[in-house]
Design a protein around this ligand. Structure first.
Ligand code: URA
Ligand code: SF4
Length: 209
């Protein structure tokens, strides 16, 4: 489906708080209609590192804050292991409303389509131009697509410092999405995946200094 895109709702401002407030009324695609509220960002507006996820999940949709659910706990643990202070980073998502389908009493996460990522991109662009981080960490392929403007293969490109998407823009590091770890039942597989995520965050931390 074609979407109008968020452009018309994005104010010209140097304030993340003003962007977040304006996003409450965004109708740039249809995802607002079934969501509880917009989930914008949290963290430090002067951060050297910005982390970009996919979209809010069920708990984020209810709380209005990104990364407060199970994936957020994995991310918080990984940040700690990488010696990154969570209060010193900026956390946001490629898509700001929760895409899901309802099955009985459950709301099942549905991946945002490329059209949703494109529609929501003006918000990400606006907030990154306010925050101006040194490094953007893309958590998963959806974030990678939004930030780099192309298809990204996490397995092949993770953990190295990629060239900025735009000249003079922030360096980019792609890594796995923390929610991928939630699906791993095997202890050693989990440990390996966690260490991989932490290693990639360390690469980003080093590049941001
Ligand atoms: N997954 C994401 O990508 N973002 C969140 O905010 C929560 C879970
Ligand atoms: Fe606007 Fe993004 Fe929400 Fe779509 S997902 S309505 S573009 S804020």
């Amino acid at each position: 489906m074609e979407h109008a895109g968020a452009e018309a709702w994005v104010p010209s401002t140097r304030s993340v708080a003003k962007l977040a407030e304006a996003a409450e009324s965004c109708r740039g695609c249809e995802l607002w209609a079934d969501a509880t509220q917009v989930v914008f960002s949290r963290g430090r507006a002067s951060a050297r590192i910005a982390l970009v996820g996919e979209q809010p999940g069920d708990q984020e949709d209810r709380a209005g804050e990104p990364f407060v659910g199970p994936a957020g706990r994995v991310l918080a643990d990984a940040l700690e292991a990488a010696k990154l202070d969570p209060s010193q980073v900026y956390l946001t998502n490629a898509v700001k409303h929760f895409r899901h389908t309802v099955r009985g009493k459950r709301r099942i996460h549905e991946k945002p389509a490329a059209g949703h990522v494109t529609a929501c991109h003006p918000w990400l662009e606006a907030e990154l131009s306010v925050v101006r981080p040194h490094v953007v960490v893309c958590l998963g392929a959806t974030a990678g697509r939004s930030v780099l403007g192309r298809a990204v293969r996490i397995g092949a490109e993770r953990g190295t410092v990629l060239e900025p998407a735009t000249p003079g823009g922030p360096q980019v590091v792609v890594t796995t999405h923390p929610s991928a770890l939630l699906r791993l039942r095997d202890r050693s597989e989990w440990g390996e995946a966690f260490d991989g995520l932490v290693g990639d965050l360390r690469v980003a931390a080093a590049a941001a200094d």
